[in-house]
Design a protein around this ligand. Structure first.
Ligand code: NAD
Ligand code: FES
Length: 274
């Protein structure tokens, strides 16, 4: 059993942050890696990439959006209550090196994962330009934390309620056009955002790493559900990723596979709240 030592409701209560007592995982987990959580004995397995770690305190931070039956159930837990299982670290860590100037881009809940990665990129001595975006001001998470890590930070909202109006791709395009010292781009967020960022960076021939979130079951390479295509080869996101060179990813296939059970997920959520 894993205790939730702190719960925080973010973004109108639709995005939840849990700090979880998990000292063995906290001692080992690296940026890019994920855990699989089960709320109870019969619960669905929920893969979540870690947003932060406190090695001394022995806690890991997960940030998730309430999108279906299982995340709704998980969001009902409070500080002092327990999760049945937290398994990890799973997946490969993101390779971190000193490259120079790097742009990190986060959209929506993807900013949570980006935060852990940005911390490591900063510690490695990189100059970090951050671009984070949300639909509206109330949906923006971790702005202050990202501001502390980034040398420059641009915030966008789709509706213009805060920061620049528009998608994160707009300031990114401006930076790519104006600066010739960008060594790499990291993008984490909705699939459409990562796809559009990769289409943009391809034009400038700038390597772009993305963190993928296909449907997963076991998270250990056994079931094949997280199958994706990267560089025309089949990969299993849980063991070969979740980070990949975005210029090689077949995003259309990922989009199609991720939407396969949307109706069932919606029905399960409706049934659970009836
Ligand atoms: P959202 O739809 O609110 O979008 C967040 C931001 O992404 C927007 O503010 C915008 O700046 C950018 N964006 C959206 N559409 C874009 C487009 N067409 N072109 C360029 N930029 C665009 O995001 P959300 O609701 O927080 O995202 C939820 C989705 O993100 C879910 O599908 C979730 O599974 C996924 N997600 C992915 C990861 C990951 O590992 N890649 C992590 C967390 C969440
Ligand atoms: Fe089963 Fe990756 S989740 S192979």
């Amino acid at each position: 059993m894993y205790e939730i030592v702190q719960k925080q409701e973010m973004a109108k209560g639709t995005i939840i942050r849990f700090d979880i007592n998990a000292s063995k995982i906290a001692a080992k987990i690296k940026p890019g890696q994920f855990v699989i959580v089960r709320v109870n004995e019969t619960g669905e397995r929920i893969p979540l990439t870690v947003a932060d770690v406190d090695r001394l305190g022995g806690t890991i931070t997960i940030i998730f959006q309430v999108v279906g039956k299982s995340t709704a159930l998980m969001s009902s837990l409070n500080t002092g209550e327990f999760l049945k299982d937290v398994v990890g670290p799973l997946g490969k860590e993101t390779p971190i090196t000193k490259l120079g100037t790097i742009i990190v881009v986060g959209g929506g809940t993807g900013i949570a994962i980006l935060h852990h990665l940005t911390k490591a990129l900063k510690e490695a001595g990189n100059f970090i330009i951050g671009i984070i975006g949300a639909r509206e001001k109330e949906m923006l998470i971790l702005e202050e934390e990202m501001r502390l890590l980034c040398d420059e930070l641009i915030v966008t909202t789709d509706d213009g309620s805060y920061g620049m109006r528009g998608f994160v791709t707009q300031p990114l395009e401006k930076y790519l056009g104006e600066r010739n010292d960008i060594k790499e781009v990291y993008a984490i967020g909705p699939i459409i955002m990562m796809k559009n960022i990769c289409n943009l960076t391809k034009k400038y021939n700038i390597k772009t790493m993305v963190s993928l979130n296909p449907i997963m079951i076991d998270g250990t390479g056994m079931c094949g559900v997280c199958r994706i295509t990267v560089g025309n080869k089949t990969k299993f996101c849980c063991v070969d990723g979740p980070d990949f060179d975005g210029h090689e990813v077949d995003f259309e296939e990922l989009e199609k596979r991720n939407s396969m059970y949307l109706k069932e997920e919606k029905d399960a959520l409706l049934f659970s709240i009836k």
